[in-house]
Design a protein around this ligand. Sequence first.
Ligand SMILES: C[S@@+](CC[C@H](N)C(=O)[O-])C[C@H]1O[C@@H](n2cnc3c(N)ncnc32)[C@H](O)[C@@H]1O
Length: 276
Amino acid sequence: MDWEERARPWIEAETELEELHKNVGIELIQRAPFEPGMNILDIGCGSGSCSIAAANAVGPTGHVTAVDIAPPLARRTSQRTASLQQVEVKTGDAQTLDLGSGTIDLAISQFGVMFFADPKAAFSNINSALRPSGRLLFAAWAGPMDNPWFSGSRKIAEVLLPDLPAAIPTAPGPLSLANSERTIAILHEAGFENVSVETVDLTLDPIGSAADVSKLQFKIGQLAAWIDQSLQDGDDAAELALDCQAKLTKFYSTFETGNGVSIPAKVHFYSAFSRA
Ligand SMILES: C[S@@+](CC[C@H](N)C(=O)[O-])C[C@H]1O[C@@H](n2cnc3c(N)ncnc32)[C@H](O)[C@@H]1O
């Protein structure tokens, strides 16, 4: 994976993505038992919004390790947290990186733990970073049927791109931890106990019109890659892209309210503890 390239659209769309995920962040931070002086790990920190919230909550006597595999995102978090001396940013794969060796009180993640090549190995590594009875708390998307933000583009791709390979639900990607029974089993295999999940209905309230939301999904989602993979001789990529975007705009316009677009979503909040 070329993380420099993959991260570029995420950085360009930072403001739009933070607004899109705002309600998820509120739910995650509400559940996090932050206290001044705590030692926090933020896994897959992206541009750092949760690391900043954690750093403000634990204060200057606390510590936040923000980890991301994509160098541009780690750099962006460093830039945004430059004035917060309690934040340390690490670049690397949370599956293998030394994350804290038994010192972390609380590991958090907003959508940063669904991309592991080997989830059991990754969660074992995160577990070994936690102190005894330390806690892991993370947000992961529930299934596509409950998340039109994802299912809309997939349905459109399936109609327009007949040779699209079938989706593999557990492959690394945003929906890989949607099956909560499987995820809970992985967390147990990784050595966690008192594992639980709360599944929450919320809304994604992105900036702008249905056309803006369609552009955002096209920029950061998989549709463009699916078009590239499925192109056949004689296909016009630009025309297909425009067609997909027009259909996406129509789809998202069904979620338009007097106050802009509001897309229903379902998110799992998993909680697990390391052994005492
Ligand atoms: C959907 S983004 C979420 C970013 C951030 N937590 C947020 O909510 O804005 C997923 C993040 O996980 C990072 N990531 C993916 N796989 C990773 C891994 N194996 N180790 C560390 N970070 C990873 C990506 O680079 C990306 O920044």
